[in-house]
Design a protein around this ligand. Structure first.
Ligand code: CDP
Length: 783
């Protein structure tokens, strides 16, 4: 609690993370730390084939291994109506395969044993008779007339096409293109990547046979949503399901979906009457859990010859894998990709998207991304770079000319978004100033004369986070609103229960800071609880940088409810009318007599000891927040690289990142988020990609093949900020967690393309490995 003289360390303070003390002492409680009496262990047998018919499964040898308690197959799951489960995109996914396997790594059977090693050993004793089928490893092949149908389980599915979706106005866009001086086009593939959190997925399912109570410890970013899905899928009464998401070692979108392992472990616990633990290994995580991206995109921009943008047309083909499992709002088939007009005042735009089944793992998770905004941001920022090149204009100048002007907010985009606030010119100007743009351009010209390939890449992204307003946003029909419950104890200490689930973002600190600013209790006196569905209000979880825009707002709103009740109590204590009481920085005081005051602590004590007649005792409340709009953080990233012409190796010299996420609750945590996001953005641009061979084998099933950057490869980051508050968020904050992953890949690629433009290189698909860069240089020279 704040004393009168003490400054309240609320919004705007770089308070050190409360959770770190516990975590750095090794006192975290991660999923594999959960051990229950009588607990059994589960391991999953996965398909070695990408596409094959299952002709038979013989579990007798495995079942006979000492220590094995049960072997579960799809047939057994089917007897309980659990062989298939719904995905977050209204598709179905096999829990354990019954008819066919549809991707390498698909779940085929599970062994439950007295220890994890016996369970793993027993997998080798399960005999599966597979008849291989043609594997489909590209969405283009999937859509050919003679391609085998992957989803033969779905009666109405006669081919591999999943959806067609459009946004914008095709006719108006055609007219804009017909009247344009210049049309720039780009074909690119945003590669399949994987969030690869340091902790893999897992669960401990504990169903009490006597009471029917199901307590499931699970690595999930969305515990409440999972509880409801479990109730619907397993038919268990929802009040008997308790999902506990303990400390998470990262998520980045990977821990949003329901994976078959969770369902099988729960079914096994139900059938065996014992707790069952399942922990994925690294390879299982990389080959079978939610991947990200995998969009084949074609983009075209129409411009006048003086650089005025006239129209944008984008079509894409999404490789969805074997089951359509994207976690995204029901209404939008490719998430929020239609924000593809980005930071520009685009008079006409049209987007069309198709999705196809392939023999790859399902996913489409938003890896540190708001429902496909990453792919959209990449497309527009790459097109702007190439348009500048074609027009012979400076890319900063082209951006400046077409940015949505500051006074045009709230801005109605042509594809249906209302951007809340922005000042794109200010963010870019600051980035240019910090990087020393003009000087760099001169250095670049000089370097070129010396045969050195220096490149400067910009990306001025606009993000869209905080899903979302109930009229447009739901997952499986459940509206995307979130809650916060605040209880102030008699001694003035508080407990805040939130519906989102932290996975390293520092919510235990930042949400306490919101309470601190709103009612004046120091953040260390506000305990923040999350991740346990029995003890927190309902909400849709933490992903897509939505926690601050939704739960942050709910926290401010519940604090304000408490503050109002506090005003009544203060009036009673100060013996004045409620209208005569003012509140500031944790103190209620009499108007015109600031020395006549009561602290929030005194008021809290009175709520339990000395409240007026007719008032309910206690000081607690709950608020659910339905955001009136999304929030639109933005920024400009500037990257300087040097490319070695002989080898294609490129080195990052500078990364300047200017972000605007509105009001910053904790500037230090925001900077940490941006550093992490930039590291992941760099990784995607430079090295991370999940590929498949022609048989559908996943190349990238371990960290030797799937390259994630270490501190050695990761460049140094220089940060800057502008602050344009969100006008509709109670504290003016916008989300920030994913901004840098969304915005930065284009800046890295633009820098390399800028270095090579004069050689004739127009595009290199990510990741820009030195081999690919070298090949592009050779191809341009040979052209
Ligand atoms: O949903 P997620 O927590 O991943 O993303 P976020 O809402 O962008 O928040 C990431 C972290 O940055 C949280 O601890 C936020 O409270 C903090 N943050 C902040 O301090 N100020 C902002 N304007 C936005 C986020």
């Amino acid at each position: 609690m704040a004393t009168e003289a003490e400054e309240i360390r609320g919004i705007g303070h770089s308070v050190r993370r409360k959770e770190d003390d516990r975590l750095i002492r090794g006192r975290g409680n991660f999923i594999d730390d959960v051990t229950l009496p009588g607990m059994l262990h589960m391991a999953i047998l996965r398909s070695p084939f990408a596409h094959a018919t299952i002709k038979g499964i013989d579990t007798s040898r495995a079942g006979a291994l000492p220590g094995v308690i049960a072997v579960v197959t799809g047939e057994l799951m089917a007897q309980h109506n659990l062989a298939w489960m719904p995905t977050l995109s209204y598709d179905t996914q096999a829990v354990l395969a019954t008819d066919k396997v549809r991707f390498q790594g698909q779940e085929v059977a599970a062994v439950i044993a007295t220890d994890a090693y016996i369970a793993k050993d027993a997998l080798e004793l399960i005999d599966v008779d597979y008849e291989p089928l043609e594997p489909i490893v590209t969405p283009q092949r999937a859509l050919e007339g003679d391609a085998p149908v992957i989803r033969t389980d779905k009666e109405d599915q006669k081919d591999n096409h999943i959806y067609h979706w459009e946004a914008g106005d095709a006719d108006a866009t055609k007219a804009a293109f017909d009247g344009a001086d210049v049309v720039v086009s780009l074909d690119t593939h945003y590669p399949r990547s994987h969030p690869a959190p340091v902790e893999t997925c897992g669960c401990v399912a504990d169903i009490d046979p006597a009471t029917g109570q199901a307590t499931i410890y699970m690595t999930t970013q969305a515990p409440h949503l999972i509880r409801t899905v479990f109730a619907l899928v397993a038919g268990l009464p929802e009040e008997n399901i308790r999902i506990i998401s303990p400390d998470l070692g990262g998520g980045f979108g990977n821990k949003v979906p329901v994976y078959p392992g969770y369902v099988v472990a729960t079914a096994a616990s139900l059938l065996l009457g014992h707790p069952v633990k399942w922990i994925e290994d690294r390879t299982e995580n990389l080959i079978s859990t939610g991947f990200a991206r995998d969009f084949h995109m074609h983009g075209e921009m129409a411009l006048s010859k003086d650089g005025q943008m006239k129209g944008l047309r984008v079509s894409l083909l999404a490789d969805e894998g074997a089951f359509h499992a994207d976690a995204q709002p029901t209404k939008f088939k490719v998430g929020l990709f239609h924000i593809v007009t980005g930071s520009y005042d685009m008079p006409a735009a049209h987007v069309s998207a198709d999705g196809a089944y392939t023999n790859k793992a399902p996913g489409g998770v938003a890896y540190r991304c708001s429902f496909r905004v990453t792919e959209a941001s990449y497309m527009i920022e790459r097109l702007v770079q190439n348009a500048a090149g074609e027009l012979g204009m400076d890319p900063a100048e082209l951006r400046r000319k077409n940015f949505i002007p500051k006074d045009a907010f709230p801005y109605q985009s042509i594809t249906g978004f209302e951007y809340d606030s922005g000042d794109y010119h200010a963010a870019m100007d600051l980035a240019l100033e910090k990087v020393g743009y003009e000087k760099l351009r001169k250095e670049q010209a000089k370097a070129r004369k010396q045969g050195r390939l220096l490149g400067i890449g910009l990306a001025s992204f606009t993000e869209v986070v905080g899903a979302g307003p109930h009229k447009d946003y739901d997952i499986l029909g459940i509206k995307m609103n979130d809650g916060a419950e605040l209880r102030i104890h008699p001694t003035g200490k508080a407990i805040l229960k939130i519906s989102c689930k932290t996975q390293g973002q520092g919510h235990e600190t930042t949400f306490a800071q919101i309470v601190a600013s709103e009612i004046g209790i120091q953040p260390e006196d506000v305990k923040v609880q999350h991740g346990d569905t029995d003890n927190t209000p309902y909400g849709l979880g933490t992903y897509a940088s939505r926690s601050t825009p939704t739960v942050g707002a709910a926290t401010a709103m519940v604090s304000r409810k408490i503050r109002e009740k506090g005003r009544k109590l203060a009036a009673h204590l100060l013996e004045v009318s409620e209208d005569d009481v003012e509140f500031e920085k944790g103190r209620y005081f009499v108007k015109g007599a600031p020395e006549n005051a009561k602290t929030i602590g005194e008021v809290a004590f009175a709520a339990y000891t000395n409240f007026p007649d007719g008032m309910e005792a206690g000081l607690e409340d709950v608020a659910y927040y339905d955001p009136p709009n999304l929030t639109f953080p933005f920024g400009t990233y500037a990257v300087v690289v040097e490319v070695d012409e002989e080898t294609g190796v490129w080195k990052v010299d500078r990364v300047v990142a200017v972000d605007d996420c509105g009001v910053r609750i904790n500037p230090m945590i925001v900077e940490g988020q941006i550093h992490g996001g930039l590291a992941e953005g760099f990784a995607i641009a430079a090295m991370e990609q999940i590929t498949f061979d022609e048989d559908g084998n996943c190349i990238g099933s371990n960290f030797t093949d799937y390259l994630i950057p270490t501190a050695w490869e990761t460049p140094k980051f220089e940060l800057g900020e502008t602050v344009t508050p969100s006008p509709h968020h109670p504290i003016g904050a916008k989300g920030v967690g994913e901004s840098a992953t969304v915005g930065s890949p284009a800046a890295f690629v633009n820098a390399v393309i800028d270095a090579l433009w004069h050689l004739g290189v127009r595009n290199i698909d990510m990741p820009l490995t030195s081999g690919k860069v070298w090949e592009a240089i050779q191809a341009a020279k040979g052209a």
